[in-house]
Design a protein around this ligand. Structure first.
Ligand code: AMP
Ligand code: MN
Ligand code: MN
Length: 338
């Protein structure tokens, strides 16, 4: 790795813990995005290259659009908390709180080993013994890259591909206000190390199943404008009628967030009967993370979410009434997005 680049001071405790650990347990959040998977696999591949034996867990597997990511052959096949025995360190990636790893949070297990929390969400609850939470990072993969620099670990094309995918996804293809000159320099380094930027962009942004696109048209039929809020919904019946899976609705957010009349955006997805996932987005200057946090979720100022129990008919008005406060506010001069 580039020896001129010094790790940020926050990294030191994590570097020390990773240095001492031979069998770390690495986990990312449920319903994973490119940053969750890219950070998990990028760090996992680097630790393997160093001769360590990491256990890698993605609680919800790998959605089809990320099937190109290197290292997924090393994901634990039948991961279960009860099988965690010899691991000597728990590393939680891209997760603002422990609900984000669902049933993998086990109080006894987490009390018996050091827990490193590596994240970039402003809503992070600092649940680790070691917390490397850098809210100035546009992606968790950026923090992982900083850690690899600190380990003086050479970044090979596979690791570079994972990390660039994380950065590309969380910056919506280098379009968010979190895309700083430093991040672009980092991305350039990853390309130099062999990450195929054009290939990643094509796979993330321009390769969706026919079923997913049919689902988006159904979701867009529900689109409504409430003042400066554009919102839409995807219920179970809609998904079942065309045989779409849970993760196929999220791509429609790209279209939803282009409604020029709106500054705040919400997509309500019925995950299972009585459980609604709420995805929130906003234009710079409007902060939706506080609403998500109040409703038990989290995220970034311009991209946040929560998962609520109840029916669409009661949840939609409840969330919209919270969002109206955000949408009716005069926008703050600079938004920060991730
Ligand atoms: P999504 O709308 O699922 O793409 O999520 C947008 C952002 O909100 C991401 O940064 C997520 O990490 C965060 N987020 C989504 N759902 C939740 C949740 N239930 N709890 C905490 N953070 C969430
Ligand atoms: Mn994520
Ligand atoms: Mn992230």
């Amino acid at each position: 790795m580039n020896s001129e680049i010094k790790p940020k001071p926050l990294a030191e405790a994590v570097l020390h813990a990773l240095g001492r650990s031979q069998n770390p347990f690495l986990i990312c959040h449920i319903d994973p995005d490119g940053d969750a998977l890219g950070s998990l696999l990028g760090l996992g591949l680097a630790l393997r290259k160093m001769g360590k034996n990491p256990t890698l867990v993605s609680p919800d597997g790998v959605p089809a659009i990320y099937d190109f990511l290197p290292g997924q052959e090393f994901l634990a096949k039948v991961p279960a908390v009860s099988r965690v025995t010899h691991e000597d360190l728990i590393v939680v990636l891209d997760s603002s709180d422990l609900k984000r790893i669902s049933s993998y949070y086990d109080a006894t297990l987490f009390a018996s080993r050091p827990v490193a929390n590596i994240d970039h969400h402003a809503t992070n609850t600092l649940f680790g013994n070691i917390n490397y939470v850098d809210t100035s990072a546009g992606a968790c993969a950026e923090i992982v890259c900083n850690l690899l620099d600190g380990m003086h670990e050479e970044i090979n094309p596979e690791i570079a591909t994972c990390l660039l995918t994380g950065i590309f996804t969380d910056t919506l293809g280098f379009r968010t206000t979190s895309t700083t000159p430093q991040m672009l320099q980092l991305a350039a380094r990853l390309v130099q190390h062999g990450a195929p930027l054009a290939g990643i962009a094509e796979k993330i942004d321009q390769r969706r199943s026919l079923v997913a696109i049919r689902l988006w048209t159904k979701i867009l039929e529900t689109l409504q404008l409430d003042g400066k809020i554009a919102w839409a919904q995807c219920d179970l019946a809609m998904r079942r009628s065309i045989g779409a899976s849970e993760d196929e609705s999220s791509g429609v957010l790209r279209t939803l967030t282009s409604v020029a009349e709106a500054s705040v955006f919400a997509l309500f997805t019925e995950r299972s009967p009585g459980r609604i996932d709420v995805s929130l987005r906003s234009r710079p200057g409007y902060n939706v993370s506080k609403v998500a946090f109040r409703l038990g979720g989290g995220g970034h100022p311009q991209a946040a979410g929560c998962s609520l129990e109840g029916e669409m008919a009661t949840i939609v008005p409840r969330v919209l009434s919270e969002l109206r406060i955000v949408a009716n506010n005069t926008p703050s001069p600079q938004g920060n997005m991730a």
